[in-house]
Design a protein around this ligand. Structure first.
Ligand SMILES: Nc1ncnc2c1ncn2[C@@H]1O[C@H](COP(=O)(O)OP(=O)(O)O)[C@@H](O)[C@H]1O
Ligand SMILES: [Mg+2]
Length: 359
């Protein structure tokens, strides 16, 4: 075990799940640090809930181990794990008031009545529901109900909190508000959190690290910035933020850069791929592309035809069709010059150092 893993809250060692001959989660190894906010991000069916449920003890792994604070918890019963859980459907007790709902986990643990009262009050203040303590769940809005569920979870100071798409049922404005609320609660309590979402923006806003999942496996694990700036796979590059993708084949190297031959030309980029596969793609973020010829040899450029312009307030997005009919998007700051007209031949350039080779 590495020093990192000895300090860790959770260590997954090759944890996997099969249903018959269907693999819901390939062998997965990862480490979650004490107090960390880790998000499992991926499309529906990628294995996020499966992974979370094995950590919770609700699903038995087919292989591998789960360590918590260094001890083997792979087969520990769920009720002995003391983990907090919040799901999309809040599962509040309808016949109990807000205060009674939040007190419930403390009463289960047989805490003295005076302590229960003071901890419930304090927690309800933290989620701004102290004025609602005598209401019943049906007398609250969806957002308020979800805040009760959060309070009921944070109140007993669980060693780990697991959240599975907890904001999925809320509308966009409320969801964004609750994202910041959960972030604040996490900072205040310092609890280790594993959070599941399929919403990349939510993952970027909330997480210390993001675990990008696809097809039952981890594609990449890193900070939001690492994943946005240095995606290692085509999936990670396109699932998080917008990427312009030029598909092609490896074609040698150019100093520190790998070269990729595409239908629109041969271009350079930093090689992030972990495979030696010949089929690769260049990923270039729209903010790195500019109109005009490459000013120096440190840039690559490509010709295309302007097919559309989309005005989005601070900028205009230009859609450019390349020789192979693939489309790249770039952002044009209105202050930087005149816009071409639709149908016009244009050239766009980007720094080679901003292009990523992914597989
Ligand atoms: N009990 C089960 N029996 C059979 N297949 C399952 C079961 N639970 C989940 N799966 C399958 O495992 C895959 C991963 O599911 P899940 O972890 O729920 O994905 P996610 O949470 O990322 O949407 C899916 O294809 C799902 O249909
Ligand atoms: Mg799920």
């Amino acid at each position: 075990m590495t020093a990192d893993q000895q300090q860790a809250k959770l260590v997954l060692e090759g944890l996997s799940k099969r249903y018959g001959n269907f693999t819901a989660l390939e062998q997965t190894s990862l480490t979650v640090q004490n107090g960390e906010f880790l998000t499992l991000l991926g499309p529906s069916g990628s294995g996020k809930t499966t992974l979370l449920q094995m950590v919770a003890g609700l699903t038995e792994p087919s292989g591998g181990r789960l360590l918590v604070d260094g001890a083997d918890w792979t087969y520990r019963p769920v009720n002995e794990r003391g983990m907090g859980m919040v799901f999309q459907h809040y599962a509040l007790f309808p016949h109990m008031t807000v205060a009674e709902n939040v007190a419930f986990p403390l009463q289960m643990r047989r805490l003295p009545a005076a302590e229960v009262r003071s901890r419930v009050e304090e927690t309800l203040r933290k989620v701004q529901l102290d004025k609602f303590s005598h209401r019943f769940p049906k007398e609250l809005s969806g957002g308020q109900q979800q805040r009760v569920a959060l309070a009921r979870c944070f109140v007993f100071n669980p060693n780990v909190i697991l959240m599975d798409e907890p904001l999925g049922a809320l509308d966009k404005a409320l969801r964004e508000h609750m994202q910041l609320e959960i972030r604040r609660l996490h900072k205040e309590y310092g609890t280790t959190v594993i959070y599941v979402t399929h919403d990349q923006e939510e993952a970027l806003v909330m997480s210390d690290r993001i675990c990008v999942m696809n097809h039952a496996r981890v594609e990449q694990l890193g900070s939001p910035h690492q994943i946005y700036a240095n995606p290692e796979t085509l999936f990670a590059a396109t699932f998080i933020g917008h990427s312009n993708v030029l598909k092609g084949k490896r074609d040698g190297s150019d100093g520190d850069f790998a070269k990729v031959r595409t239908a629109s030309g041969t271009f350079s980029g930093r090689d992030m791929s972990r495979t030696r596969s010949d089929e690769v793609a260049l990923s270039i973020r729209p903010e790195h592309m500019r109109l005009g010829e490459a000013p120096t040899g440190e840039f690559d450029s490509v010709r295309g035809r302007l097919t559309d312009m989309v005005y989005v307030g601070v900028e205009t997005r230009l859609l450019i069709a390349l020789a192979d009919d693939s489309i790249v998007t770039l952002r044009h700051d209105v202050a930087t010059g005149d816009l071409p007209v639709i149908g016009e031949e244009v050239v766009t350039h980007w720094p080679k150092a901003a292009a990523r080779v992914v597989a």
